[in-house]
Design a protein around this ligand. Structure first.
Ligand code: PGA
Length: 262
């Protein structure tokens, strides 16, 4: 059972919401959870706004003492210098980001990010005290050709190559065929791959790391599917895209413990 790991519900806003809309959504989400008497602490909530929103989100969360963590959707593998358009992990940690998403399939696909660059970005995150949320997942073609676990397992092995055993990391299994398609993996399918990923963590970083590291599922997660996913022993939370833009729906996902037993 995943009892010793605090569940993590993460909202990846992708390229949606300007900084004013971001502030409105964070406030609405906070009020919605408060109105529902949500017990903070039972689940960690993390938000991943676009870079241009992070300062506004940080200021609001700080001022109103809102119990949400936040992070960026990407970072540079470099620390500083002539890399036009890139954002350093140093800047993100200065903004009190706790997390950074690395290797999301949209980065891998549209920005040609391969395993080497993903591994370099994981190192950059760790250098700057950020927790990398390492995303792995297979396309439909890869699923048909290699089966469910092969591609995510090899992506994760590459990403963890130089990671020290005591590093704080999060892993997210996001089958590409389930992202933004409305086609959520079944709980059993997701569990099978998440268990294989935990075995990779054990092999690469040791049993203690495997026991404490959270493995998330992502891909068309909704309030109607989260409870079933969270009942699985190797699924410790979700990386939510589309549904994280809707305060009521995301709040219902965060409150899955209210309906997990049903
Ligand atoms: P989705 O996106 O929930 O909209 O499918 C998930 C993700 O890409 O992280």
């Amino acid at each position: 059972m995943a009892v010793s790991r605090t569940p993590l519900i993460a909202g990846n806003w992708k390229m949606n919401l300007d900084h004013l809309q971001a502030v409105a959504l964070v406030q609405k989400l906070h009020w919605t959870l408060k109105d529902a008497d949500h017990e903070t602490g039972s689940v960690e909530v993390a938000l991943f706004p676009p870079f241009t929103d992070i300062r506004s989100v940080q200021t609001l969360i700080d001022a109103d003492k809102i119990p949400f963590a936040f992070g960026a959707q990407d970072l540079s593998a470099h620390d500083s210098g002539a890399y036009t358009g890139e954002v350093s992990g140093a800047f993100l940690s200065k903004l009190q980001c706790r997390y950074v998403i690395i290797g999301h399939s949209e980065r891998r696909e549209y920005h040609a990010e391969g395993d080497d660059l993903v591994a370099a970005k994981v190192q950059a995150a760790l250098r700057h005290g950020l927790v990398p949320v390492i995303c792995v997942g297979e396309t439909l073609e890869q699923l048909e050709e290699f089966g469910a676990s092969a591609v995510p397992v090899s992506q994760l092995k590459a990403a963890l190559a130089d990671v020290p055993a005591d590093a704080d990391i999060v892993v997210a299994y996001e089958p590409v065929w389930a992202i933004g398609t409305g086609k959520v993996a079944t709980s059993a399918q997701a569990q099978e791959v998440c268990a294989a990923l935990r075995a990779v963590i054990a092999e690469s970083l040791g049993d203690e790391a495997a026991a404490r590291t959270r493995v998330l599922y992502g891909g068309s997660v909704k309030s109607s599917s989260i409870a079933g996913l969270m009942r699985e022993p190797d699924i410790d939370g979700a990386l939510v895209g589309g549904a994280s833009l809707l305060a009521d729906e995301f709040a219902a996902i965060i409150r899955y413990q209210k309906h997990v037993g049903v």
